[in-house]
Design a protein around this ligand. Structure first.
Ligand code: ADP
Ligand code: MG
Length: 253
């Protein structure tokens, strides 16, 4: 059999040419996404779990009519997806203040936002993925106003679905990031959810066990979900039996 062609290797995944035109194979690596200026370390089993988790969320979205690139999982680390022309943005949806929003605006971490807030970051590693406005996006031709309306609608539908699923397992979806891509059906272009939805793209806080005081009698505060890959996979019932441990997720800036 001929060796398949590698199309791209990023921090978290490798893309290979798919078996049919218009498809790609996404291979999920174990590498942790490094914080800025930090070396990346492998987290054993992370790729296997993110493959399962992204499958779980994307197939759930497909099932409620939110279009995604996910076609099917191929094996422990790979899934077949529709090839897209990526919009060079990271679309962030925030439900609770945390990370960069808290830093920039001085809003306490954990504070509920009056409504979900959508932000855009230009996906360019060398520039540090800078935050951009709709003005920049339209002026530089990364997307037009109609695309942006579609992207916001997609992002909010994903947010509703993801928030609900997480809530069902005692997890609060603080914020998450999405990448969207274009596919063509004849003359028509559609924007769909691409890349991955996993603990690497979501900031998750644990809401379980807050009622009971801890050993020192202190009331527990909500905080980041520990051992997030394994714990989330376990709560959602998608844990493959032979993967046991992993570590922290990367936070959205
Ligand atoms: P990066 O380090 O650039 O974030 P990743 O390791 O996350 O890379 O690899 C995924 C890459 O593939 C990203 O650049 C992402 O934009 C791109 N990608 C994700 N889904 C698709 C798709 N369906 N079609 C084409 N490219 C995609
Ligand atoms: Mg990525």
């Amino acid at each position: 059999m001929a060796r398949r062609k590698k199309v791209y290797e990023g921090k978290a995944k490798i893309l290979y040419e798919g078996p049919e035109p218009g498809t790609l194979i996404q291979y999920f690596k174990d590498d942790a996404i490094p914080a800025v200026n930090q070396p990346s370390a492998a987290v054993e089993g992370k790729g296997v779990l993110n493959n399962r988790l992204s499958e779980f969320f994307m197939s759930g979205l497909n099932g409620i009519g939110v279009p995604t690139h996910f076609i099917r999982r191929l094996n422990m680390r790979e899934q077949l997806v529709r090839m897209c022309e990526m919009v060079p943005l990271e679309v962030v949806v925030r439900n609770f203040a945390a990370g960069g929003l808290s830093k920039r605006l001085g809003i306490p971490e954990g504070m509920g936002l009056p409504r979900p807030i959508v932000e855009y970051y230009y996906k360019d590693e060398k520039l540090g993925n800078p935050m951009v406005s709709e003005e920049h996006i339209v002026a530089f031709g990364w997307a037009n106003q109609q695309d942006l309306d579609d992207i916001v609608a997609l992002a909010l539908r994903v947010n509703d679905f993801m928030s609900g699923v997480m809530m069902g397992v005692g997890v609060r979806l603080m914020d998450f990031r999405l990448e969207v891509g274009r596919i063509w059906e004849g003359d028509f272009m559609r924007l769909i959810v691409a890349d991955e939805i996993s603990p690497d793209s979501c900031r998750l806080w644990d809401l379980r066990g807050l009622e009971a005081p801890d050993r020192e009698g202190q009331q527990r505060e909500p905080g980041p979900l520990n051992d997030v890959y394994t714990e989330l996979a376990r709560r959602l019932g998608v844990l493959p039996s032979n993967v046991t441990h992993t570590l922290k997720p990367t936070l959205i800036n």
